[in-house]
Ligand binder design. Structure first.
Ligand SMILES: NC(=O)c1ccc[n+]([C@@H]2O[C@H](COP(=O)([O-])OP(=O)(O)OC[C@H]3O[C@@H](n4cnc5c(N)ncnc54)[C@H](OP(=O)(O)O)[C@@H]3O)[C@@H](O)[C@H]2O)c1
Length: 279
């Protein structure tokens, strides 16, 4: 293999859940552009057809499979339907997820159940179904969509955070278990990305102003921002990477541009600083 082919997905089959819009759509389109045959899954057939038609119009290979991750009993059959499209799945992108932002005291039993069912339980069962074949064929890339909350706390996201933190743990344990079978498991953690899930919140002027100030790269993300990392984790370029959480968040979770004055707050210019040097 030449280095030029490191990111090629030619001959690979991918299953992307939640591929009908937002991040999943961009990831499905990105994997297809790199040569993968992509099965796009979600609940809404018409939206999926629009995405797969777009991929095919661009010269890629894609098919739609209707799948409800909250319906655990139906997932084995849904997994078989996905594998009937282009053959065994080499790349599983567990992207579908739901969220309800609310204070912990306001979380209803319904919201608790729905977030756990889609973000964690359904994802787990689908991963079980697909990973069996990966282990048997000794080839697989599993990419779970985490979040900033995989490793960082944000208010009014208690249940969602619990599921996204769990995906970090799941990824590390599956990496330990499946590595010997040449199955890689990583967690892709986007920051604040404008999608139908988040658009309303980030339309608020004070949220935009906070994002510009707090995110080191000075902006919220767009779905295309996560595609490169997804292609990397799906391709041979990441063949020695497993169990990791890769943050694609403009630097939010690891750095903060603090409001320090020019020249560190010292009156003297650099080189003549007489301060105590405290950080
Ligand atoms: N946007 C962000 O800023 C951000 C940041 C960090 C992490 N994430 C994560 O990235 C993933 C995608 O987020 P997004 O912003 O792209 O969300 P989105 O725009 O709301 O899209 C969600 C996708 O999941 C599908 N879906 C929802 N419930 C489903 C179910 N029960 N079964 C199967 N598919 C289902 C939706 O299609 P149907 O409704 O037709 O089923 C849709 O395709 C999520 O896991 C989210 O937690 C997002």
């Amino acid at each position: 293999m030449s280095y030029a082919e490191l990111f090629s997905l030619a001959g690979r089959t991918a299953l992307v859940t939640g591929a009908s819009r937002g991040l999943g759509r961009a990831i499905a389109e990105g994997l297809a552009a790199h040569g993968a045959s992509v099965v796009c899954a979600a609940r809404t057939a018409a939206d999926l057809e629009a995405v797969t038609a777009g991929i095919r119009a661009a010269g890629g290979r894609a098919q739609a499979v209707v799948m409800d991750l909250a319906d655990r009993a139906a997932l084995p059959a849904a997994a078989r339907a996905a594998e009937a499209c282009f053959g065994p799945v080499d790349i599983l992108v567990n992207n579908a997820g739901v969220n309800f932002r609310e204070p912990v005291a306001a979380v209803s039993a319904d919201h608790l159940d729905r977030i756990l069912a889609v973000n964690l339980e359904g994802l787990f069962v689908l991963t079980q179904e697909i990973s069996r074949g990966m282990v048997a064929r000794r080839r697989g890339k599993i990419i779970n969509l985490g979040s900033i909350t995989t490793g960082f706390g944000l208010s009014q996201l208690a249940v969602y955070s619990a599921t996204k933190g769990a995906l970090g743990s799941l990824g590390r344990s599956l990496a330990a278990e499946l590595g010997r079978h040449n199955v890689h498991v990583n967690t892709l953690c986007p920051g604040f990305v404008l999608t139908p899930l988040t658009h309303k919140l980030w339309s608020l002027p004070h949220m935009q102003a906070w994002g510009r100030q707090r995110i080191p790269l000075g902006r919220t993300g767009v779905p295309e921002d996560v595609v490169g990392a997804a292609v990397f984790l799906a391709s041979r370029a990441s063949d020695y990477v497993t169990g990791q959480a890769l943050y694609v968040d403009g630097g939010f979770s690891t750095a903060e541009p603090w409001p320090i004055p020019e020249h560190g707050g010292n009156a003297a210019p650099p080189g003549e600083i007489k301060g105590d040097g405290l950080a």
